[in-house]
Ligand binder design. Structure first.
Ligand code: HEC
Ligand code: HEC
Length: 286
């Protein structure tokens, strides 16, 4: 386990944000098996590109309280699964001028279990890195003749929850080389850039200080293997881009928008920091 040797504080402002008593709470030593059958990798060796920065990667699940963790271990108790069911109806429903449903082309949603772990992913035809949301909207407009869904709207976030849920048991494995590399580099740069009046980067909190308390929150590594997450705070599913937006806003900075090229790049980079962790969505968080 990582030794928490003390605070690495980039500035006075973060020092005041971090609990003054310098309370450190190790992530729990626990394993996650969903419905008593699907084992989720919540802790593993860091991918090679993080060498020097971190040796172990951990799911945000390990940083939550007992009751939150237990709730996620059973689909009957997981409020996020209600939205997965809604998306299952939508998966099977024909829509748009071509009269097709997702299922007409893709078969059962369960057949998509290899998809979530590899996104964001380079699309050769389009010549761009696509998030799952971008791909879904591409199918809606170009394959179905239906309207786009709002990037972080309910229909979209529900569908990404369905595609995550069928991938549980598989591990995140996004490609960062080849044609995706320049987007990945852009995301990495954003991750290490300090934003806002607080002058903080993602890494200042999620790499240098995970395990520490910040206000009442136990800081995790800011992984996205659990997204979309059902937050007890707002009692709905939240997409990764909404979370990025919230974290940047907390540094009192202007933020990029969900679906923007900057957030697509950041998502690829953050996903790659979790290469090897189990897909958990829809996870439950504070
Ligand atoms: C008329 C057929 C058709 C329909 C209907 C359709 N898709 Fe697709 N879908 C495709 C094709 C073809 C691809 C591959 C596109 C590419 O690689 O550029 C694809 C790719 C995808 C992928 C990426 C798969 C991968 O392995 O990378 C996802 C996710 C997806 N579709 C989701 C959906 C969802 C959700 C719906 C319903 C809202 C939907 N699709 C409706 C034809 C369809
Ligand atoms: C001031 C500190 C701070 C900064 C800077 C910050 N975050 Fe966070 N972030 C938090 C806190 C607090 C939470 C909630 C507790 C937790 O899960 O770490 C959180 C949660 C998250 C989560 C949810 C993790 C999960 O498992 O549900 C993600 C993802 C995330 N942050 C990504 C980012 C990214 C990307 C950046 C940079 C754009 C960033 N954060 C910047 C404090 C910060």
């Amino acid at each position: 386990m990582r030794k928490l040797t003390g605070l690495k504080v980039p500035g006075a402002l973060l020092a005041t944000l971090l609990a003054t008593s310098a309370v450190m709470a190790d992530p729990v030593d626990d394993t996650l098996t969903i419905n008593g059958e699907t084992e989720i990798v919540v802790r593993t060796a860091a991918p090679e590109h993080l060498s020097g920065a971190m040796s172990e990667i951990m799911s945000g699940w390990l940083f939550r309280e007992d009751d939150t963790r237990i709730m996620q271990a059973d689909d009957f108790d997981n409020p996020g699964m209600i939205f997965v069911e809604l998306a299952e109806d939508s998966w099977n429903m024909a829509e748009g001028s071509n009269g097709k449903s997702c299922a007409d082309c893709h078969g059962a949603s369960a057949d998509m279990s290899e998809v979530r772990p590899t996104y964001p992913k380079w699309n050769e035809t389009a010549g761009e890195v696509r998030t799952l949301e971008m791909q879904i909207n591409d199918c809606r407009t170009n394959q179905m003749g239906a309207e786009e869904w709002k990037y972080t709207g309910n229909d979209m976030v529900n569908m990404t929850a369905l595609l995550a849920s069928v991938s549980r048991g598989n591990v995140v494995n996004v490609a960062i080389d080849g044609p995706a590399q320049s987007t990945w580099e852009q995301g990495k740069e954003i991750y290490y850039t300090r934003y806002g009046q607080l002058n903080l980067s993602c890494s200042n909190c999620h790499e240098d200080n995970y395990g520490n308390m910040i206000r009442a929150d136990h800081l995790s590594q800011g992984q996205i293997n659990g997204f979309p997450v059902y937050r007890l705070k707002n009692t709905k599913l939240n997409s990764a881009h909404d979370r990025f937006k919230g974290c940047i806003r907390d540094t009192r900075a202007e933020t990029f928008s969900p679906g923007s090229p900057e957030f697509v790049a950041l998502e690829l980079y953050v996903a790659s920091r979790g290469n090897g962790l189990g897909v958990e969505g829809p996870a439950i968080r504070n």
